[in-house]
Design a protein around this ligand. Sequence first.
Ligand code: HEM
Length: 452
Amino acid sequence: MPKQEIEIPKVWIMKNPLKFPAFVKNPIPTFLKLLKEHDGLCQIKMTQRYAYMTDRPEIIRHFLQKNHKNYIKTSIVKNSLKKQIGNGLLTSDGDYWLKQRRAIQPGFHRKRLEAISHIMIREINDYLDNIMDAYAESGAVFDMHKEMTHLAYKIVSKSLFSGSLSDEKLDLIEETINSAQEQIVNEVRQPFMIPWLWLKGDIRKTNLLRKEADEEIYKAIRERRESGEKHDDLLDMLLETEYEDGTGMTEQQLRDEALILYVAGHETSANAMTWAWYLITSHPEIEEELLKSSYDILGNDSPSFEKLRELGYSLQVIEETMRLYPPAWITDREPLEDDETEGIRIKKGQDIIALIYSVHHNAKYWENPEEFKPERFTPENKKKHVPFSYLPFGGGPRLCIGNNFALMEMQFVLVEMVRRYKFEIIKDQQIELNPLITLRPRYGIKMKVSNG
Ligand code: HEM
């Protein structure tokens, strides 16, 4: 134990029930205020138990990286997420997680990403030819968040199952995921509503949908296995995965990991791309630079895996977008044993939350943090970042396994769209954060588009 233990301030958030609705709607302002008042570390209680909450990079580094073995995913993940999407990379801990991570990580190698890049570019162009072109022709107002969600969904589902599931079946899986997510958020934020959700039939509906979606995923896995066909997609990657003893995954494991890649790899990228377009259209000089740099490298050609390195400015724009709007705005862990770091005692069993949003908006680590400045992410400037002050993909051994997949996808989307279209943001609309599991815009982001 530390010689001189530091007292960590305690705050009971629900003490004033009048503030509850505003907190449930968006807890970020309350969290930011608390962390500012308490120098980046406090203990908060919502309903029953206290949890530590911090935005101090050195503490976050401690529990995500330095002493990560002492920390497991919290009961939210174990009770809610695992129940909905299964036991796999995102939701497991300890030896099972390590075994899965060791087996799956090599599957995300360069050659696989290169093969997937062709699927991505095909899907992006198909989407732009069929949907965005129609908006450009009609001049109709559309919601960029809805569109980017649709596009990200198409990209991840085709990268997973390429030709193995029809669009109709993929829609069923999308509906299942949306309904499961809604249920998780309700369980976490308003646990007292659960009996009512049962009575209303919402929980039963989610369970039925999941059963149907499961059957389709199992069918796709079986058919792919039996056909022996190679598609060079993420399902092939999972099917080829081998443990150290040379065995592969069972059907149940394949289903769980496939669904997890779906869930983890869909809404996160969609939100990042939506916020990127919001920021780009609000900063004409950055749009100009993005357009120029994309043309300089690609002319009128499609982007490719080989060209990614040269498309550095698009990467900077994405990285800076995820600083201001981190799709995974929060992450948390449960300590297995008592621990200490920076003179602070961390009690066994008391969850610890990293408020990633607050780290990214903190003036201690970012000059003029509210300004959108992609040059913060030039290779030179990146060297100056404080370790663990930028965590869009988490940190330590549980760093996002799909980070290169996501960055490639978002770079392709940005450089394709900026060259084909000119976007205009509709004035006087309400742009507000909606921090669910990921950071969405509450009312979407309305835009118009014309051919660029
Ligand atoms: C902009 C896009 C994305 C963001 C911001 C993001 C963010 C994150 C974060 C913060 C974590 C760590 C969570 C924690 O430590 O508690 C994570 C884990 C994970 N992500 Fe992503 N992600 C993105 C895209 C993707 C994609 C495209 C895939 C798959 C194709 C993916 C698959 C996963 C998986 C499987 C894990 C769990 C890894 C493990 O625990 O071993 N993510 N992601």
